[in-house]
Design a binder for this molecule. Structure first.
Ligand code: PEP
Ligand code: MN
Length: 341
């Protein structure tokens, strides 16, 4: 069961709901979103039904949710949620371009990538300081030094930062710098990490596990929500299939399907799904057509020298095509490109 508080419900009203649920032997998980607070109830439903929670001050609704994920489900939350990332919206009325280098390599490369991203219409900067690499011999990222570079580039460009976290022990460090924490495909079911980012007080982007079903992906989001953080965006980044010509297979149906199942925004990563520069713009067009709330794209000033994922990084003419797609297509599906925070 889920208690949906009214917009602007007072903290004491929320505390009173929690206390009443606990007095009946249940547990209550409070999730504060930008728009409203939701309290997830775990325990004896029959006992909760006798508590008359609906009549309590500040309570908007009490809903039984049949899905295994409750706080992130559409069932009790019919309107789509808008998340603010450092003042930049990701939600149903807008289309947001997130772009930047796969990895932070140097201060110059990061600043140049950010300028390219901004030129193409991006309002959020991506860039990995901690990289989850398949090979232990590959570049692992600059760590804290990379975070400092990102913070300097944010200062210079005004673009809020999206960056990956790979280890629960680094949450305080990464949250100090990041405007949105990214959980990568390889960590989508790292439950300790999900719980840690759920308590970090920053928006979280959860990339779909490359073999995860929608339900598993939404359950990952539920871990974050259950820790009190409803500022979550879900990122479709391609799944493993029998096809080997592309790096992964973009599951475009994930966009409308996950929108139907959840109130959270859905982002598409056309770079990591296709793994090829020539596919990024066509996949971005498909994402916008399918109703994505944002795309996250790799760019690099010199892809041949990139330390990570150069073959999928945009520059030059393809970057111009990305800019045109992000400018021209969103209005056709009733959205406008986010221009600034
Ligand atoms: C990334 O965005 O840099 C990344 C590592 O993505 P994924 O987790 O989707 O592979
Ligand atoms: Mn990458």
């Amino acid at each position: 069961m889920v208690v949906v508080m009214r917009t602007g419900a007072a903290p004491e009203e929320i505390d009173a709901v929690v206390a009443r649920v606990e007095s009946a032997g249940g547990s209550a998980f409070v999730s504060r979103g930008v728009q409203r607070t939701i309290v997830g109830l775990v325990g004896d439903i029959a006992a909760f039904q006798t508590l008359n929670l609906r009549a309590m001050p500040g309570v908007g609704d009490v809903v039984r949710v049949s899905k295994p994920y409750k706080l992130v489900s559409r069932e009790h939350h019919p309107e789509a949620t808008t998340i603010q990332v450092g003042g930049v919206p990701i939600g149903p009325d807008t289309f947001t371009l997130i772009a930047g280098p796969c990895a932070v390599e140097t201060a110059d490369q990061t600043l140049e990538s950010a300028r390219m991203a901004q030129q193409a219409g991006a309002t959020l900067l991506r860039g990995g300081a901690f990289k989850p690499r398949t090979s232990p011999y590959a570049f692992q990222g600059l760590g804290e030094k990379g975070l400092r570079i990102l913070a300097d580039v944010r200062e210079e460009t005004g673009m809020p930062i999206v960056t990956e976290i790979v280890d629960a022990h680094d949450v305080d460090l990464v949250a100090e710098y990041a405007d949105m924490l990214q959980v990568g495909t390889r960590n989508m079911q790292n439950f300790a990490l999900l719980q840690a980012v759920g308590s970090a007080g920053k928006p979280v982007m959860i990339k779909r596990g490359m073999t995860a079903t929608y339900e598993e992906w939404l359950m990952a989001a539920e871990y974050v929500a259950q820790r009190g953080n409803l500022d979550i965006v879900l990122c479709e980044r391609g799944i493993r299939t029998f096809e080997t010509a592309t790096r992964n297979t973009l599951d475009i149906a994930a966009v409308p399907m996950v929108h139907a199942l959840s109130h959270l925004p859905v982002v598409v990563d056309p770079s990591h799904s296709g793994g090829r520069r020539d596919l990024v713009v066509p996949l971005t067009r498909a994402a916008i057509g399918a109703g994505a709330d944002a795309v996250i794209v790799d760019v690099h000033p010199d892809p041949t020298a990139a330390l990570c994922d150069g073959p999928q990084a945009l520059y030059g003419e393809e970057l111009d095509q990305l800019a045109a797609a992000c400018r021209d297509l969103p209005p056709i599906v009733g959205r406008r490109l986010t221009t600034s925070g």
